[in-house]
Design a protein around this ligand. Structure first.
Ligand SMILES: *Cc1c(COP(=O)(O)O)cnc(C)c1O
Length: 404
């Protein structure tokens, strides 16, 4: 944890914990580095569902080409916070009301999930136009991945054979402009594997567009850039990915690629900071019971991993009895919920952990608070802190746009 964050945590009272602490300068630096690694003809959208915290969205707004939203709720939220940012609206199961809102909001792109959805969209257009991408589930093998959204039977997008009916509909309706295909097939790939997948996707897209006499100028290859919770320092290699994309694009002078990562953008900027309430030994195994738990940070339960953490020692012990502690042995960090599933990290070695010490869980900036079951057991919610020690450049109303 950076000194500025540690300093902030040091000033929190016990009852301010658990706390989500967001490192906004760290996020700014990270998104700048991502953008700098990518060629100009790659448009970087942030998938808001990873973390739609207002300060995070506003911090990102000046550095991304826009936001990918997956519900009417996210659409309204992003529009309020970043009114001028281009928005792509995707996701399965869009309601008629959501589609109408998307058209009213003038979304920059609509990612169509099915022929039915396209039909519904055309009934709502009136005299408006819409720019669509057709989401395709290609039969490619994404390899070893954390989550597969495609490459096998799935509720996401369309099988390639189903695209032709959509193309017919689009050809007969001048209000619908086809921008290209959209593919979000897998999550958890490292840079080389992600590049190999992009190559496969583009090879298919070029054959497909050639056969159908479509002028291919845009492909959205989705998100899913890998985040390794077991090795927090092994971040997705954006320079390697960017160099690979530059090679890929140099052979395709008219093509613009879009990517829409979520997790790999914000995972590292968030910390879930809490405190040890009790230490116990059960049948010879050590357990540390923490304030809060997986109802605030569901990520380790959802992904079945150990959330990485740092111990922030607190030497003050005001009680007259011996301070419970565990030394040089594996400990399981659990929360306050009355379920054996409330585990944040399992049998992880610590040199020392005592009641009253603080524990800061790293990589809690994506799919963390916002995917958690907050109401279970009615414990208090965490407090939220945005540490920003750098001058704020831009107020969230300027957006990086595609160079014309
Ligand atoms: C969730 C999602 C993303 C972002 O995925 P990450 O793994 O967070 O990068 C991008 N595109 C679509 C369509 C998604 O559903």
């Amino acid at each position: 944890m950076r000194a500025a964050l540690l300093d902030h945590v040091g000033r929190l009272a016990d009852d301010d914990l658990p706390a989500y602490v967001y490192d906004l300068p760290g996020l700014r630096e990270h998104v700048r580095a991502i953008r700098a690694a990518l060629p100009d003809r790659v448009e970087l959208l942030y998938a808001a569902k990873a973390n739609s915290d207002p300060a995070i969205l506003q911090t990102l707004a000046g550095h991304v080409s826009g936001f990918e939203v997956a519900s009417g709720g996210e659409l309204g939220h992003v529009r309020r916070l970043a009114p001028d940012a281009p928005v792509a609206f995707g996701g399965p199961g869009k309601t008629q009301t959501e589609l109408a809102c998307a058209l009213d909001a003038g979304v920059e792109r609509l990612h169509v999930e099915s022929e039915h959805e396209l039909c519904l969209l055309t009934t709502l257009l009136g005299d408006r136009t819409v720019d669509v991408l057709l989401r395709v589930n290609l039969p490619v093998e994404p390899g070893q991945v954390a989550l597969a959204m495609g490459g096998r039977s799935s509720p996401f997008g369309m099988d390639p054979a189903q695209l032709d009916n959509c193309l017919e509909l689009i050809a007969s309706d001048p209000r619908v402009r086809l921008r290209g295909p959209h593919l979000h097939l897998a999550s958890g790939l490292q840079a080389q594997a992600q590049l190999a997948l992009v190559e496969k996707v583009l090879t298919w897209a070029e054959d497909w567009s050639h056969d159908r006499r479509i002028d291919l100028t845009e492909v959205n290859v989705g998100g899913g850039m890998g985040v390794d919770y077991a090795q927090p320092h092994r971040t997705f290699d954006w320079p390697v990915f960017g160099a690979g994309l530059r090679r890929i694009l140099s052979r395709r002078p008219r093509l613009t690629l879009r990517i829409e990562p979520g997790r790999s953008v914000t995972a590292y900027c968030g910390w879930y900071v809490t405190q040890v309430l009790d230490i116990k030994f059960s049948r010879g195994q050590a357990f540390a019971v923490l304030r809060g738990g997986t109802h605030h940070l569901r990520t380790p339960a959802a992904k079945q991993h150990d959330q990485p953490f740092e111990v922030i020692a607190d030497d003050v012990w005001p009680r007259p009895w011996a301070r419970p502690e565990v030394r040089d042995e594996p400990v399981t960090l659990v929360g306050q919920l009355c379920t054996p599933k409330d585990v944040l990290a399992r049998r992880v070695m610590v040199s020392r952990l005592r009641v009253g010490d603080r524990v800061a869980f790293a990589m809690a900036g994506a799919y963390a608070w916002n995917i958690s079951h907050h109401a279970f057991l009615m414990h208090p919610h965490p407090t939220f802190h945005h540490v920003d020690d750098a001058p704020v450049s831009g107020t969230g109303d300027t957006y990086a746009r595609r160079p014309s």
